[in-house]
Design a protein around this ligand. Structure first.
Ligand code: 4HQ
Length: 246
């Protein structure tokens, strides 16, 4: 997987991506990351990337030409054809694990991070395949959104996660929230570790974890539960959880 990010703040992307799982994936050559600054593609002596909005109003709008040329730079640097250009904006499709899993099958994702009030709509229509949104709130620039896409997609690339950090156990992987986790000490003044986890009966532990995952999803995110089909065993475990909680 190659990520190419179009951003006026390239260090924001390369610095943040250099930590932890993403940093290691880059070092190991499992993913490539380059950042393209539209300011480097400006043609005037002031290196102007924005201008006033037609029709008036507050704020500035990112100009098409530097963005178009930056995207071309990212495309020409690589001959990959199985690629997508994605603009991060609140007008986009809501990010989900499913959308990200889909994206992980591409060879190259070109992520456009805007600043200011927004981007000239003609660039979005002409150069972008999709618009994606983090959610219904406003952040100051698309960089944090692009970083979230990079992080979440990188975790899905085969070989990136070790066996014991496997993506299969994560929240959202099977459409359910994760079970609770505990580590030492067994007892403390803020509570004790559930007995079943100390017993070493792996079938019991597995069942307890599934029951907790189902119960937490039921109580905290009923919308998620509506989208999954439970097995007979899961159904029974959830019923157990519900009779214990009320
Ligand atoms: N932005 N999900 C960039 C967002 C946003 C979101 C606001 C994107 C400002 C210039 N991006 N513009 N929500 O709030 O992706």
């Amino acid at each position: 997987m190659r990520f190419d990010v179009i951003s006026l703040f390239p260090e924001m992307i390369s610095d943040a991506a250099s930590y932890g799982v993403t940093g290691r994936a880059i070092e190991r050559g499992l993913v490539g990351l380059s950042v393209w600054n539209p300011r480097d593609y400006t043609l005037d002596k002031h290196r102007t990337v924005d201008d006033r909005p037609y029709g008036g109003g507050p704020g500035m709008v990112m100009k098409c030409q530097p963005l178009l040329d930056a995207v071309d730079g990212a495309k020409q640097h690589n001959v990959l054809v199985n690629r997508k250009v994605i603009c991060l904006s609140p007008q986009g499709r809501l990010l989900s694990q499913e959308l990200l899993l889909d994206a992980s099958r591409y060879d190259q994702l070109i992520l456009v991070s805007g600043r200011y009030e927004g981007i000239d709509e003609r660039f979005i229509q002409h150069a972008c395949d999709e618009e994606w949104s983090l959610g219904d709130y406003v952040i100051s620039g698309g960089e944090l959104a692009a970083l979230i896409v990079i992080d979440a997609v990188t975790r899905l690339i085969p070989g990136v996660l070790g066996d014991d950090e496997s993506a299969k156990q994560d929240s959202h992987f099977d459409g359910l929230l994760d079970c609770p986790h505990y580590t030492r000490p067994e007892h403390s003044d803020i509570g004790d570790v559930p007995d079943v986890l100390l017993g070493g009966n792996h079938a019991d532990i597995k069942r307890w974890r599934m029951k907790q995952a189902l119960g937490r999803t039921w109580s905290r995110r009923p919308d998620m539960l509506e989208k999954v089909t439970l097995s007979a065993e899961q159904d029974a475990l959830l019923k157990e959880f519900r009779t214990e909680v009320v």
